[in-house]
Design a protein around this ligand. Structure first.
Ligand code: AMP
Length: 469
């Protein structure tokens, strides 16, 4: 069995010590839906055993029927939303994973991607382990079950010391909830409180929804135990320089969230301002590609003085076009999702702003759409540098070959998307706008400088690793 290509975008959420733990987790997952739309699940604990409900589909579809909460009793719960592409998108891969082993029951929800998963899995299989899913998360469960250590902290530490890459994890046992953030701190994870209940979430927008107070972020390399006695914090791993993911700011996280100490909306707006400093254009209006380009387009408009308009309307009942698996559907998807406002666009020199060009499909459709609505000129600006390298740490990106920037110059991409001009934010501009202070962000998708190396790198990604840094 081969492990899924590293194409996982996920969100995790957990509540400890609340009479409506599963219901709150459902709401938390609702707020994290943008982090994964393909499947979701909740595991709850009633103090004696764990209970699970999970399925393919959106949170509203899987948990919309209140009856399911009868089967999720107890005062603690963890939940997961997941997106992963074809092949690995099967029911058995829906999280949280729940198992019974010699020491009781345990469930785990994982956001991120373990880069040495195949290596560890091969070793475990040679010793007789049988895997039921194609998820790297299952390896952690095997290692936990095999550990001879008597404390859960030691078992978790021992297991995770074998793992390299990105992981934010939430474990649930009958009596404890444990939150872990990998030493590099690639993905965000925060801690909050609601009355006497502790809450852990991928992003603060999930705390807001359930009216929990933000306490703090879980630190890179931190393991937080939550039980009836409260919270204990541990730092059992070898310390490394953290490398939080800069793409969370560019695209992935929700603008109302605070991650890595900053508000995502403000950062995105600053990306737009910086874009205006780097690309001064003569134009009549600046329009965003909704929703991902909105804060950057506002920032651009404010800095440049060019009028901001909503020139493209989005149908909010359509999922992200990017996630549809077939190329043919993707082409169609952009039209289902966006429609130009002719009255705004006709006769104008238009600047259209988005956060990234991945394969180029979306931008090409959008530029054509704007032109067909009567634009005199269409200038495309991207509030990040070209995405030339795949992510191996938990953001869904296609292979290097499919990333248009890996094999095309900016001018070739401009011609492909049929824009009058195309400009990207510079790498320096990105770092300046995000404000790096003491943080060394992971910018691998833009630079190819992968902070955590891995054994099974394809030749195409090795290019990225060895050419840069
Ligand atoms: P493409 O048509 O492949 O060039 O896709 C570009 C669009 O995908 C842009 O509008 C981005 O906002 C969006 N996008 C960028 N990265 C991702 C991602 N990892 N998952 C989903 N959508 C993305």
């Amino acid at each position: 069995m081969n492990f899924a290509r590293p194409e996982e975008e996920c969100g995790i959420f957990g509540v400890f010590n609340h009479v409506e733990a599963a219901n709150l987790t459902y709401l938390g997952l609702y707020a994290l839906q943008h982090r994964g739309q393909e499947s979701c699940g909740i595991v709850s604990s009633d103090g004696n055993g764990l209970h699970s409900h999970k399925s393919m589909g959106l949170v509203a579809d899987v948990f919309g029927n209140q009856d399911v909460f009868k089967y999720l009793p107890g005062k603690s719960a963890i939940g997961h939303v997941r997106y992963s592409t074809t092949g690995s998108s099967v029911l058995k891969n829906v999280q949280p994973i729940m198992v019974n082993y010699s020491r009781g029951s345990i469930a785990v929800a994982h956001n991120g991607n373990i880069v040495n998963a195949q290596l560890v899995k091969d070793e475990l299989e040679a010793w007789g382990s049988i895997f039921q899913t194609t998820m790297d998360t299952e390896i952690i469960i095997h290692l936990l079950a095999m550990s001879k250590s008597s404390s859960l902290l030691d078992r978790i530490t021992e297991s995770l010391e074998r793992m390299e890459g990105a992981y934010c994890l939430l474990f649930l046992t009958e009596t404890q909830m444990v939150a872990v953030r990998d030493p590099n701190g690639f993905r965000p994870l925060c801690l909050g409180k609601r009355g006497g209940a502790y809450v852990v979430a991928s992003e603060t927008c999930a705390l807001d929804l359930i009216e929990a107070t933000f306490i703090r972020e879980i630190e890179p390399g931190e393991v937080v135990f939550i039980d009836e006695n409260g919270i204990t914090s541990h730092f059992p791993f070898k310390k490394v320089k953290p490398t939080p993911c800069i793409f969370e700011f560019v695209y992935f996280a929700r603008p109302d969230s605070y991650i890595f100490g900053k508000n995502v909306y403000q950062v995105r707006k600053e990306l737009g301002r910086q874009l205006a400093r780097e690309h001064r254009l003569e134009a009549d209006i600046v329009i965003p590609v909704p929703d991902s380009g909105v804060p950057a387009a506002l920032g651009y408009a404010q800095e440049s003085g060019i009028r901001f308009e909503f020139g493209l309307m989005r149908n909010h009942y359509v999922g992200r076009t990017f996630i549809e698996p077939q190329q043919s559907i993707r082409h169609f998807g952009v039209k289902i999702k966006l429609n130009p406002v002719r009255d705004i666009i006709e006769g104008k020199r238009v600047i259209v702003i988005d956060d990234s060009i991945v394969r180029g499909t979306t931008s090409r459709k959008i530029v054509k759409m704007i032109r067909s609505a009567g634009a005199k000129e269409v200038h495309a600006l991207i509030s990040a540098p070209p995405t030339g390298y795949p992510c191996y740490y938990g953001i869904d990106t296609p292979t290097r070959k499919e990333l248009i920037s890996s094999s095309h110059t900016v001018d070739e991409i401009r011609r492909y998307i049929t824009a009058d001009s195309l400009g990207y934010l510079s790498e320096e501009g990105l770092l300046k706008a995000v404000g790096t202070e003491n943080t060394h962000y992971c910018t691998a998708c833009f630079t190819g400088g992968y902070p955590v190396q891995f054994p099974f790198m394809s030749p195409e990604s090795q290019l990225g690793l060895f050419n840069k840094e």
